[in-house]
Design a protein. Structure first.
Length: 290
């Protein structure tokens, strides 16, 4: 529009015998053009404000519907992030159209660049497909503790392209869905029970049956340890400086780490009270007499 006004002014000047520009007409046209542009910009701003408000309301409504129908948290976060992306794309097209850009030509440009964009976003497309696979086959859900792709943590959200993990030291890790769906994942929360295992070393000369009896008494005193399957205590190996006793018990997944740490503490205290010695590396030096 501005170039059109300048060209009209130059033509007017060249056709005039005195090469004078009709500045009043040019100023009037520039004023009209500025008003039109201002209206377009103001309209685009209003569309953005109203659109953002409508998107928030739609997201809240969808969230209530998903919660009312008791969808899984992982499905809720995925659908809400996908809906938010689509609504924001529609809002962007509306703003572009209000600013006077031809959406048909803009769409044609996007279509012609589709192959290049698809190649550039091939990783994200695989992550999107991975997110769908995770939601359909459910190898894990929000709240599970998983280990996969050199990242471990509790699943906080399953988004369109990433799964968000919260580590035990309160760090946030964004793991691509594509790698999670196509590689091995260890889910520590899938089963209700887990097996805990320890190896306690005692000195050579200790009575194994006495050590076993003490361990059985410790296990029986802990109500968190399940009796079915039955606990196992066996002589694991004869090491260089210790007799290794292996202990295996089953407990609820939620009690696993508490049982592991408490058992180490109780065994250490009880063995000291019972006079059961813990081995440690020793070096015996013999001096030869001349």
């Amino acid at each position: 529009m501005l170039l059109t006004l300048l060209n009209a002014a130059l033509l007017s000047a060249s056709s005039s015998s005195k090469f004078k520009v009709d500045w009043d007409s040019l100023f009037e046209r520039l004023t009209d053009w500025s008003i039109e542009i201002g209206k377009s910009i103001l309209g685009a701003i209003l569309i953005y404000i109203i659109g953002r408000f409508i998107i928030k309301q739609i997201n809240r409504l969808v969230s209530k519907i998903l919660e009312k129908r008791k969808f899984e948290i992982s499905v809720q976060t995925f659908l809400k992030s996908l809906l938010s992306l689509l609504l924001n794309l529609i809002l962007a097209f509306a703003i572009i159209a209000k600013l006077g850009v031809e959406t048909t030509s803009f769409a044609a440009i996007l279509a012609s660049a589709g192959v290049a964009i698809g190649m550039a976003l091939s990783g994200n497309l695989s992550n999107f497909a991975g997110g769908l696979i995770i939601l359909v086959f459910k190898p894990f859900k929000v709240g599970d503790y998983i280990d996969g792709q050199n990242a471990s943590g509790t699943v906080k959200e399953i988004q369109i392209f990433h799964t968000i993990l919260s580590t035990v030291d309160n760090k946030i890790i964004y793991v691509p869905n594509g790698s999670l769906s196509s590689n091995a994942i260890v889910n520590y929360s899938k089963q209700e029970t887990r097996r805990a295992e320890w190896v306690f070393g005692v000195e050579y000369g200790e009575d194994f049956e006495r050590v076993k009896a003490v361990l059985e008494r410790i296990i029986a005193a802990d109500e968190r340890i399940l009796q079915t399957p039955a606990p196992f205590i066996g002589l694991s190996s004869l090491s260089a400086s210790s007799v290794d006793v292996k202990v295996r018990v089953w407990t609820k997944s939620s009690d696993y780490w508490d049982v592991v740490f408490d058992m180490n503490r109780v065994v250490y205290e009880t063995f000291n009270k019972e006079g059961i010695g813990f081995p440690f590396p020793q070096l015996t030096v013999h001096q030869a007499n001349d």
